[in-house]
Design a protein around this ligand. Sequence first.
Ligand code: SF4
Length: 336
Amino acid sequence: MSIVSVHKQGDHSSSQSENLLEIKNLKTYYPVKGGFLKRTIGNVKAVDNISFELKKGETLGLVGESGCGKSTAGRTILRLLKPTEGQILFDGKDITRVSGKSLREIRKNMQMVFQDPYASLNPMQMIGDIIAEPIYNFSKKSKADLKQEVMGLLEKVGLPPDAYYKYAHEFSGGQRQRIGIARALALKPKLIIADEPVSALDVSVQSQVLNLLKDLQEEFDLTFLFIAHDLSVVKHMSDRIGVMYLGNMVEVSNKDSLYANPLHPYTQALISAIPTPDPRVKKERIILKGDVPSPINPPTGCTFHPRCPMAMEECSRSKPVLKEVKPSHRVACHLY
Ligand code: SF4
């Protein structure tokens, strides 16, 4: 599979040094054990050979149904999961196999914002201490300096100073996500991987949190990998979008081209399901047959062929590669 360049809209020039992240042929398989001796009898191919680049300061949205491998890809890039094959280059360094102290150093620059901030906040710890902990671990600052820094972070994410002394259960879902964002920012990272950061929140607070992320990106010069299943949320956040299906990247494009003219039949179905704000506008919805097949035994050829309304004979025989069919618009489909 070819490497996907991720550019700012309208900017097609790419230089190696501008890439913060380069993912090359990344695979993450989970072994499936079976039989009396618990031998490996197969693999769940959660991420199956994806490649892309992410330039400094931009946002790549990763979309797809649940189980398509987008969260596994994010966790593998952060090295929370072990890659099976491929390469992860971060800021010019190969971090695919680093461990121990080197991995700890890299983690400083790559942080995650989780879907459920409540599950990732220790209910017994004061919010001030939760945010201060990573700063203290890396810098051993004095108590007074730590407190000042945490107060500054609380202000940046729109929380009052007294949030410092409270506990996670005293906050609403949106406020807890703000705490999660403050903690992710504490070490001044270069890359933030946000995994469904607003999908657990009420619609009324989703846009506030998304706008906060955008403002912080500008202020802290952050690069985002933004993972979500909701295409309207991804559209709001991203410069470019990658669509994943069954562990593969099936389409990557700048967002305007993707939403105006989706090329892959799977992307077309996803976009047809976005509700229109105006009820008078009639939109034909493409209903896909069946469920996402098992990643343990994915279909041959194009893994989408059992559900694809456009499938042809060759689709079950040969796997399409991701190729550029329009400037900054790549698709893996035999129709093109
Ligand atoms: Fe559909 Fe064939 Fe294209 Fe796959 S390669 S998306 S089955 S038309």
